[in-house]
Design a protein around this ligand. Structure first.
Ligand SMILES: Cc1cc2nc3c(=O)[nH]c(=O)nc-3n(C[C@H](O)[C@H](O)[C@H](O)COP(=O)(O)OP(=O)(O)OC[C@H]3O[C@@H](n4cnc5c(N)ncnc54)[C@H](O)[C@@H]3O)c2cc1C
Length: 365
């Protein structure tokens, strides 16, 4: 069915939400030969996926339980081959690069070493000389394998790959309801009319619970606002990702530096605040004083799909046979994207999953 999507044929699978979760899911399903339609309420990937910092790692991985690490690690292993294949397919560059992450004042160094051994990851003392640039390095750790990607570019690349594989993308098509009868989804109601489909996968990020309404069951996904400040520096001013006390600095290849991020319960309010801007700038200068020379260019906010323990739900609906969910990746939707898409695709197609799906089951099922 690949490449045969037609407005006249119901798709095998309807994917709702065109952020990284929906795009990666649509891509994987199309690669498996499914006829896929992807809907979004707005433009493609303008929500959390656009707003994120693009660090492809858990921030303090040793503080997370096995199920979160399993998905992030699977994602990390899939990313290099995934990005290479997508860049070759589209001719676009998403600025994927392994820049390493310096964890200042890491504290729990014994746990970090145990985590490194458990997952076969390098956890090392910081490279010589970094102490001069980072006065608060403390008992710092160096994770040389951490990669990053530039979100808006990656979203464009993923959209292009999805289109190339024949997925029909319909932006500005909000889903408003579900026609469910006798445990089966018959159609999805949208602002542009009713859409019949074989199966549907909801990837609506922070909006997933509200969108599902009475079908949400025990789903606990809520918006958690994150603000980022963008500084314009020169290339090399900051050599790697730096994490310190809950916040981070991310250098882009062209010298821009992202300073992130806040974690705020503000409902669906995406506005930025002067207070957050001030506190992010103070954090940046304290952590890496050379950034004093970098001008403030922009500030933005996005709504993460927050979930308890940062555990996403990647599962079939407990009562509706042909309805699925891939949402709630919270702080790590980019990191987990290829692994989450791989898992939901296996569940949709009834194939053997690469990961044990049980930790990501629908709560209350
Ligand atoms: C400030 C910030 C920093 C971050 N940093 C990182 C990081 O460094 N590394 C990392 O891995 N992750 C990071 N994240 C998290 C990551 O961005 C998210 O986990 C990820 O983008 C979630 O993707 P998603 O596709 O599930 O949701 P979204 O990107 O939010 O997409 C959901 C889509 O669903 C659509 N939708 C909603 N309702 C409907 C409807 N009724 N009908 C149709 N469509 C609908 C929306 O329009 C939207 O396009 C960060 C997030 C933020 C905000």
């Amino acid at each position: 069915m690949n490449g045969m999507t037609s407005a006249h044929l119901p798709p095998d699978v309807l994917v709702v939400g065109a952020g990284v979760s929906g795009l990666a899911t649509a891509l994987r399903l199309a690669e498996a030969g499914q006829c896929v339609t992807l809907l979004d309420r707005g433009p493609v990937a303008r929500e959390s996926t656009w707003a994120g910092a693009g660090i492809l790692s858990l921030l303090l991985p040793w503080d997370y339980p096995e199920a979160v690490n399993a998905l992030a690690e699977r994602g990390r292993r899939l990313w290099p081959e995934w990005i290479e294949r997508l860049q070759a397919l589209t001719g676009l560059d998403a600025e994927y690069r392994v820049s390493g992450m310096l964890v200042a004042d890491a504290g729990r160094t014994a746990q970090a070493s145990a985590w490194g051994e458990r997952y076969g990851r390098r956890v090392e003392p910081p490279p010589e000389g970094l102490g001069h640039s980072a006065p608060h390095l403390g008992d710092g750790l160096w994770l040389p394998e951490v990669a990053q990607v530039r979100n808006p570019r990656f979203a464009r690349l993923l959209e292009s790959a999805v289109r190339t594989l024949g997925v029909e993308i319909r932006p500005e098509t909000a889903v408003t309801g579900f026609d469910v009868r006798q445990g089966k989804l018959h159609a999805v109601e949208t602002r542009a009319g009713r859409l019949v489909c074989g199966r549907a996968v909801i990837c609506a990020g922070a909006w997933s619970r509200d969108l599902l309404g009475p079908l949400a069951f025990g789903l606990d996904i809520r918006p958690v606002r994150g603000q980022i400040l963008l500084l314009s520096g020169r290339p090399g001013l900051l050599p790697c990702v730096v994490y310190r006390g809950g916040r981070y600095l991310v250098p882009r290849a062209d010298g821009h530096v992202l300073v992130g991020s806040t974690l705020e319960e503000a409902g669906f309010d995406k506005s930025t605040t002067a207070e957050a801007g001030k506190s992010l700038r103070a954090f940046a200068l304290e952590t890496w004083p050379a950034l004093r020379a970098a001008a403030i260019e922009r500030q933005w906010a996005g709504l993460r799909p927050g979930s308890p323990g940062n555990l996403p739900v990647i599962a079939r609906h407990p009562e509706v046979d042909n309805l699925y969910l891939n949402a709630g990746h919270f702080r790590y939707g980019l990191t987990m994207a290829p692994a989450a898409a791989e898992l939901i695709t296996a569940l949709v197609l009834g194939n053997r999953p690469a990961l044990d799906p049980s930790p990501y089951a629908w709560p209350g099922a």
